[in-house]
Ligand binder design. Structure first.
Ligand SMILES: [Zn+2]
Length: 490
């Protein structure tokens, strides 16, 4: 049975659920109070934006959608540089070399199109994130607007339409006040006011950007959080003004959390010092390197010539480093990796054919940062020390905002501790519109979950060699294991 006439989805990039409080985000906190809040919702690993966006779109972990990192070495596409999925040209290159879509799994957008449902997206993230939320938007007859301009969307006519009505695209500033205001106007007046699609989604690039560069809970960041919260208030007001407001489902979500950085461990430089010529993913050149290394607070290490002896040697060397929190290698075993002491990539849902030979996560802890927010970890660089980061398996990176309101709350406002996550968003939207989800969607509709009592049982795994020991915990629902927390034990 169709339980909503329309679905409105609001995504706050990087928002931590423990920051949804009446003082930081009054409109969202009040909405949560009156809605069904999945307080234990989880992202996927790596907890990065394009990986998570692909999981939101496909209702599945990276093992299924194949976006195994924000950037990843993909020799089938190019051996010249590490693919950067934020770039439209890299995605286009991948699709032309592969002769197939970069995200092949059926998406929410694809399924909506089959059922003649319209889907409009207003996005303020990178071209790659904008692509990933509805990769076949043009073929699906859908509409995706990007505040980054015509080149950042597969439906550039959406940008033309918006600029014609609302004027030039806003200048990019930090925090992103102007972009937040512009996209909110586009969403409330153009998408909800004129287009009136079956599913409407807005993606705010904040508070993620300010968390990274202005730090979690700083004065600037608190101000932009209030601004995106006010934007959410404007969206709710636009919905409530409608005569059919009661039939509209509203989903508020984030793609991952963030933790503050406490110091730098530059893995590429360390490995070069240990005798392995390393090319950084961000360098856009491999130039005869032995290995490619991506960064953040976790990353992949690829052996360019495929020499697994080197991989094993690097893994064992990293286990002796105090900066390393976790290590994963591909394996036939569901828990233990091919290299003794590592976990299997299968355990974290990363076992796609594109997976790297070795994945590291830098050490993090649940200690409080200078603003009293739990979660502190090392980074390879990229943002100033103290700035926020995500990608790893700290519970404060993995825990996401997931709140079902309006016609989707099932008449039962409250907190749910049911196992849930970003992979459930697409199946939930489809269920609200009475559309069956494709079998590839590992997520489940939370409309049904909301009516059942769950007592999540946490499974804890541990492995290691010598002084290196790592743990990882999951909560299982059927075949899917939601990642809860992982890190170094000693
Ligand atoms: Zn993000």
């Amino acid at each position: 049975m169709q339980t909503a006439s329309k679905v409105v989805v609001v995504v706050f990039d990087g928002l931590r659920p423990d920051m949804v409080t009446p003082d930081r985000m009054p409109n969202l906190a009040a909405f949560a109070e009156d809605s069904l809040w999945f307080r234990e919702a989880r992202s996927v690993f790596p907890s990065m934006t394009r990986v998570a966006t692909s999981s939101i779109a496909t209702g599945a972990p990276p093992a299924l959608h194949g976006i195994v990192g924000n950037s990843f070495y993909y020799p089938d596409v190019t051996r010249d540089f590490v693919l950067d999925t934020s770039r439209a040209e890299d995605i286009a290159l991948a699709e032309s070399r592969l002769g197939s879509p970069l995200i092949a799994a059926e998406t929410l957008g694809d399924r909506l199109a089959v059922h003649d449902k319209s889907f409009a997206v207003v996005h303020s993230g990178s071209a790659g994130s904008t692509y990933a939320i509805n990769p076949r938007a043009a073929a699906n007859g859908h509409w995706t607007f990007s505040v980054m301009g015509r080149d950042a969307t597969r439906t550039p006519h959406a940008v033309d339409e918006v600029v014609e009505r609302f004027g030039p695209l806003p200048l990019r500033t930090l925090p992103r006040f102007e972009e937040t205001d512009y996209v909110t106007r586009v969403f409330t007046e153009h998408v909800l006011g004129e287009m009136d699609p079956d599913v409407a989604l807005i993606w705010f690039n904040e508070p993620d950007t300010s968390f990274h560069y202005k730090f979690l809970a700083s004065e600037d960041t608190n101000a932009i959080m209030l601004a995106v919260d006010a934007a959410f208030g404007r969206i709710l007001a636009a919905i409530r003004r409608r005569p059919d407001a009661d039939d509209i489902a509203i989903i508020a979500a984030s793609d991952h959390g963030q933790i503050s950085s406490s110091g730098v461990a530059d893995i590429a430089t360390l490995l070069t010092g240990a005798g392995h010529k390393a090319a950084r993913g961000s360098s856009r050149a491999i130039n005869g390197a032995d290995i490619t290394v991506t960064g953040g607070n976790m990353g992949e290490i690829r052996i360019v010539d495929g020499d697994m002896e080197r991989r094993d040697q690097i893994a064992r060397w990293l286990m002796q480093r105090d900066e390393i929190g976790m290590l994963f290698t591909p394996s036939d075993d569901p828990v233990l990796g091919a290299v003794d002491g590592t976990f299997s990539t299968t355990l974290v849902g990363l076992d796609h054919v594109r997976q790297p030979e070795l994945v590291y996560v830098l050490r993090s802890a649940t200690d409080a940062d200078e603003h009293g927010l739990p979660g502190l970890g090392l980074i390879t660089g990229g943002v100033p020390v103290g700035g926020g980061m995500h990608g790893g398996l700290n519970r404060h990176e993995l825990n996401t905002v997931l709140i079902l309101g309006g016609a989707s709350r099932g008449g039962r406002p409250g907190l749910s501790e049911a196992p849930s996550g970003i992979i459930d968003i697409a199946p939930t939207i489809l269920d609200l519109l009475a559309i069956p989800a494709p079998a590839s969607m590992r997520g489940a509709s939370l409309i049904a979950a909301a009516t059942r009592e769950h007592r999540p049982r946490t499974e804890i795994f541990e492995t290691g060699t010598g002084a290196f020991r790592q743990m990882f915990s999951v909560v299982r629902r059927g075949q899917h294991a939601f990642p809860v927390h992982g890190g170094r034990v000693t």
